[in-house]
Design a binder for this molecule. Structure first.
Ligand SMILES: [Zn+2]
Ligand SMILES: [Zn+2]
Length: 357
């Protein structure tokens, strides 16, 4: 999941009722379930890997009061010590996954590996006010009315960033990098789309995949908007990447480990195709529309608190369809969009809309 997209959902923090829990997945690999103060997303997963006389931790959770204690509690439940963490590996730069990185580095002196395209999170510590202004402007251009927009902005200003300090990785986690552990080496594959910095880790002998938020047990889509030209196309290409891997068990960023990765990959592709079709159908119906107007066409009834989150995705779908030549921007403020119909001067038959660019 992401809470640092271009336009973020207004979700009031709830009182945390969950606590950190640990469980062994296979000998030498533990799931650490860390509570999140977000409605509908009660926890995220960190993964502890035995590695010689220490531990590798994959992801470490959101920074908020008491969060380090919950991580420690989850580790203690399975007989692990925070002090033994030698290396932190981030699946991607979202606050629920690497929010505590700076605090963990300070506490343990561990190394920190992260994909270099992490500016989408770094901006929260470098220029939070500028980033919020940018998001407000995009929302305004997308047709969000002024009153709910200002309400959203005020709630964002009041929200904790979830980041313990500036991200300071000491190694770039890029394709082909290897993370050593007692169960064997884990190979890194770049899987941008959900976030530009997303990677997965594959352990071929045990047929394990640490899939982060790229493929979750529950089919749920999110793409960071505004950092790369084609997040939806990148996401689809990244589904191809993991589909080629031999995987028995996927260890995802939220929820329980799951089997049947190919089935989950297919379901993700189908949901993307469905959403793209809904965006197109909405545009055909309306003739011309701002992105914000399309939310009910794509998602039906939704709570106002989800609007910013959903708008981010609709913008990504529109830009994907634009790259495919299926929609075009029209002049005006707010920015509006229109479907490119058969009478437009476009050769050939439309390609399936879910194809990567
Ligand atoms: Zn995420
Ligand atoms: Zn997440």
């Amino acid at each position: 999941m992401a809470r640092n997209g271009t336009v973020r959902a207004v979700r009031k923090p709830t009182r945390r009722t969950e606590v950190g829990r640990g469980e062994r997945v296979v000998p030498g690999v533990w799931r650490l379930r860390l509570p999140l103060p977000w409605p509908g997303i009660p926890h995220c997963n960190a993964w502890a890997l035995a590695a010689g006389d220490g531990l590798v931790l994959v992801d470490c959770g959101l920074d908020e009061p008491g969060a380090m204690r919950e991580l420690e509690r989850a580790m203690e439940q399975v007989g692990l010590r925070l002090a033994d963490v030698r290396l932190l590996v981030g699946t991607h730069a979202h606050v629920d996954h690497v929010g505590q990185a700076a605090a963990l580095q300070a506490r343990t002196g561990c190394g920190f590996w992260l994909h270099p395209r992490h500016e989408h999170l770094a901006v929260l510590s470098d220029d939070a006010a500028g980033e919020l202004s940018r998001r407000i402007e995009i929302a305004r251009q997308s047709g969000v009315p002024e009153e709910p927009l200002q309400r959203w902005a005020a709630s964002r200003r009041a929200q904790r960033p979830g980041l313990a300090g500036p991200l300071a990785p000491d190694r770039d986690l890029v394709a082909g990098a290897v993370v050593e552990s007692d169960v064997g080496p884990w190979t890194v594959y770049e899987t941008p789309g959900h976030a530009p910095s997303h990677v997965v880790l594959h352990q071929p002998e045990r047929r394990l995949l640490i899939s982060g938020d790229h493929v979750l047990g529950r089919i749920a889509l999110y793409f960071d908007h505004g950092w790369t030209p084609a997040p939806v196309g990148e996401f689809l290409a990244s589904l191809d990447t993991v589909e080629r891997l031999d995987v028995r068990l996927s260890l995802s960023g939220h929820g329980r480990p799951f089997t049947d990765l190919p089935g989950h990959v297919r379901a993700n592709r189908e949901l993307v195709a469905q959403r793209l079709e809904a965006v197109l159908a909405g545009l055909r119906e309306r003739g011309e529309a701002a992105a914000f107007e399309l939310l009910p066409d794509v998602y039906g009834e939704h709570s106002p608190g989800m609007a910013a989150w959903l708008l981010t995705k609709v913008l990504c779908y529109l830009e994907h369809l634009e790259r495919r030549g299926l929609v075009r921007r029209t002049e005006g403020a707010p920015q509006t969009w229109a479907a490119v119909d058969a009478s437009d001067d476009r050769p050939g038959v439309p390609a399936p809309v879910s194809d990567p660019p």
